[in-house]
Write a protein that binds this ligand. Sequence first.
Ligand SMILES: *Cc1c(COP(=O)(O)O)cnc(C)c1O
Length: 359
Amino acid sequence: MEKVQQSINIYPCPTAKPKPGQQSLGFGVHFTDRMFLMDYSAEQGWHDPRIVPYEPLQLDPASMVFHYGQSVFEGLKAYRTDDNKVFLFRPDKNAERMNRSCDRLNIPRIDESLFVEAVQTIVRLEANWIPVGNGASLYIRPFIIATEAALGVRASNRYLFAIILSPAGAYFGEGLKPVRIFVDDHYVRAVRGGTGHAKTPGNYAATLKAQTEAKERQHCSQVLWLDGIERTYIEEVGSMNVFFKINGEVLTPELNGSILEGITRNSVIRLLKQWGIPVTERKIAIDEIVRAAENGGLEESFGTGTAAVISPIGGLFWNGNDIPVNQGNVGSCSQKLYDTLTGIQYGRLQDEWGWTVEC
Ligand SMILES: *Cc1c(COP(=O)(O)O)cnc(C)c1O
């Protein structure tokens, strides 16, 4: 099929909602005035890209997404720089990943350049929603849902691609704060051959009970997931990728099909290599981490993801025991990675990687 680059129709947006104050931003609770929509039908392919006023969607109760969960999403941010430019961070990687998620969920791919253009266009239109202030940003949530009204377990013939925007306050208001993590060997998040490498809602639904129990029983804010078969090898922490520094070497689980390929993860690996710090992607048994903690080799640990960027881990709860990490302090590697990545994102540091894209 010939590829036709479609232009995005921008509809009038007559009303402007009041904007939340700097102190009440939170995360994912306020939404801007507009949204991006595009439809897919088997006959027309992806068509009618448009930016319209933000409002509830009208969906048939039989829409397939409600019944069989055919859906994917992405998450990225727009940052306002000190000199009032608006930056995105590696949005092409989100486009690529969304298509990989689509492949797994049997959803038709979207044009990756249109994805980036759609993000740029709506962010530009909504630029006055990008909060100022250290660590504040406009969170961008692209997603696709199956909209065909039919009960029958098969791939939908209709989809909706949407982008919504939410102004977000700093994840860490007063500097990085290490978190306590529950190592779960009861529930699993994903298995190889399943959907763990795709950003699809079912993966997150499967983690909520474990997260609630970890919080209620052990006051842990996140769960560290082990592999679904042997329940031995470390996969991810919450909805972040995870890193450990042991005797000067940084380790992170290798991408094995059940782990989400984080863009922050990739950026962290590249920065560490540039700094001459050895990084190894391989299988990591939880026992190896426990032993390293016992013999003093475990220097620091942190999670990586768009929301927090770097989330230092201050301790693990495993098998009834507390395992402190770096005496509950923020490690130097975590701090330097955080400062560098946010420095690039907010335009305070030279972007020698070409990671930032102006809106
Ligand atoms: C989104 C996500 C990540 C982090 O990916 P980034 O691209 O760095 O934001 C890691 N793990 C899971 C399960 C995720 O959903």
